[in-house]
Design a protein around this ligand. Structure first.
Ligand SMILES: Nc1ncnc2c1ncn2[C@@H]1O[C@H](COP(=O)(O)OP(=O)(O)OP(=O)(O)O)[C@@H](O)[C@H]1O
Ligand SMILES: [Mg+2]
Length: 127
């Protein structure tokens, strides 16, 4: 029996200054990697939701990175695959991600099982 070892690289794109091309680079890099035969999971961690919108997903249509970071649910349930470029999947963002600091502070006080935000309702669920 052979055991396939799969590895993944993490590429983080950030810049404190606005309008410097973070979202554009993220989306185009993911699409280019997809065209090269790689599988790329694009995780939008910006409450401005530039990459999410760039890929045609309305911010607030889906639970995404806010729920991913404030729940115990597996990440697979937050992946949007429909209508994405070849090889690309997305975990979207929504503006409420700006509440992350206060949500995490509340979790630290109340414990990890306190309810936070919209319910997790299965793959690519609407909020
Ligand atoms: N290489 C480039 N050449 C010219 N224009 C670009 C380039 N990359 C991005 N832009 C343009 O610059 C603007 C800002 O890009 P983008 O939204 O990707 O920046 P951002 O850093 O994600 O901004 P924000 O901080 O608001 O999230 C957009 O209008 C985009 O089309
Ligand atoms: Mg952006």
């Amino acid at each position: 029996m052979s055991t396939e070892i799969r590895t993944a690289n993490v590429i983080a794109i950030g810049n404190q200054k606005g309008g410097t091309g973070k979202s554009t680079v993220s989306v185009h890099l993911a699409a280019a990697l997809g065209l090269m035969g790689q599988r790329c999971l694009l995780i939008d961690l910006d409450p401005v939701c530039g990459a999410t919108r760039h890929l045609g997903v309305q911010a607030n249509d889906f639970a995404g990175t806010l729920e991913l970071l404030t729940s115990d649910e597996p990440f697979e349930g937050y992946i949007v695959s429909k209508d994405m470029p070849p090889g690309v999947d997305l975990i979207p963002s929504r503006p409420q991600l700006s509440e992350l600091d206060s949500r995490l502070s509340a979790l630290a006080v109340r414990g990890p099982h306190a309810p936070a935000g919209p319910r997790h309702r299965g793959c690519s669920r609407r909020v």
